[in-house]
Design a protein around this ligand. Structure first.
Ligand SMILES: *[C@@H]1O[C@H](CO)[C@@H](O)[C@H](O)[C@H]1NC(C)=O
Ligand SMILES: *[C@@H]1O[C@H](CO)[C@@H](O)[C@H](O)[C@H]1NC(C)=O
Length: 286
């Protein structure tokens, strides 16, 4: 039974809906920058983006969304990737000065050292909500599922079937509570994070190891687009249904295990960072 204590997510596999097979990139996505560093393969069902000394690359969804169960299958660059940041995120207009955003950021590392996954949430341009964990697998060895459930009740970030981050929507019930509310687009990119990503910025990109390549699959979007006639909070949208409003007992156990075993930084416990040690209100409700 020891292994089921260590890996309670083995029980979770049936709880998330299966992701639709192989939609092509062009249906829902388009390149946003770095056209030289972007290649479609497998009849457009996989995109590879590369970064070298001259350019990174990124792509984004054509539409923006107001709720959904977002997902992407990602294989990040392997080998020496110190300073290389591979990101998959939801964001409203990043230049607006008051944008909302939910991030996955894979922080590259030197050969043989573990990749850190950082997540963050911005509301009204205000972030400072980093959490970091060491993954229980090598994200450069194969594709894994990365998902974001965002509905009127909660925001949950998943790695495969495992919830690794939870933010409940207590807007209107708890003073000064912040929860992403703006329509957001899905985006993915790779860029040079030498200034901070690896060993706090002490280990830089080695351009002699370039190009760095990340691969993405799973371009179907289960979400409420800005073109939808159905209101994005409607219970008729499956990701807003009762079973997606709270974690199940099994999901909660898996989440607690991640926090206890794999999370190595959590802004909610970093009291020194906040005036008078007051961590933001969402930390009391996850
Ligand atoms: C939907 O969102 C996309 C991306 O932000 C935008 O280009 C488009 O004009 C929007 N369409 C409608 C109908 O609002
Ligand atoms: C969060 O909850 C408030 C209060 O119930 C609601 O008005 C708002 O639409 C919710 N946010 C999202 C993104 O659904």
């Amino acid at each position: 039974m020891a292994s089921s204590v260590q890996q309670p997510w083995l029980l979770l596999i049936v709880l998330l809906p299966a992701v639709a097979a192989n939609p092509i990139f062009d249906e829902n996505y388009a390149p946003t920058w770095g056209a030289d560093g972007y290649h479609l393969v497998d009849q457009g069902t996989e995109v590879r983006i590369t970064m070298d000394r001259n350019s990174g690359a990124g792509f984004g969804s054509k539409l923006s969304y107001g709720s959904g169960f977002f997902h992407m299958r990602i294989k990040i660059p392997g080998g020496y990737t110190a300073g290389v940041v591979t990101a998959y995120y939801l964001s409203s207009d990043p230049d607006s000065g008051n944008h909302d955003e939910v991030d996955f950021e894979f922080l590259g590392n030197v050969d043989g050292k573990p990749i850190t996954l950082q997540t963050n949430v911005f509301v009204n341009g205000h972030g400072d909500r980093e959490q970091r964990l060491g993954l229980w697998f090598d994200p450069a060895a194969d594709f894994h599922d990365y998902r974001i459930l965002w509905n009127p009740y909660q925001l949950v970030v998943f790695v495969d079937e495992v919830p690794i981050r939870v933010m409940r929507n207590m807007t209107g019930r708890v003073p000064e509570y912040e929860f992403p509310a703006k329509r957001m687009r899905l985006r993915a990119s790779m860029w040079d994070g030498s200034g901070w990503a690896t060993d706090g910025g002490r280990t830089k990109i080695d351009w002699n190891r370039a190009p760095f390549t990340a691969a993405f699959r799973g371009f179907g979007v289960d979400a409420c687009a800005n073109t939808s006639a159905t209101p994005c909070g409607s219970p008729d949208l499956w990701w807003n249904a009762r079973r997606y409003r709270r974690l199940s007992a099994q999901q909660r156990a898996a989440y607690e295990n991640v926090k206890n075993t794999y999370m190595n930084y959590d802004y909610c416990t970093d009291k020194d960072r906040f005036a008078n040690g007051n961590v933001p209100p969402e930390c009391s409700y996850d």
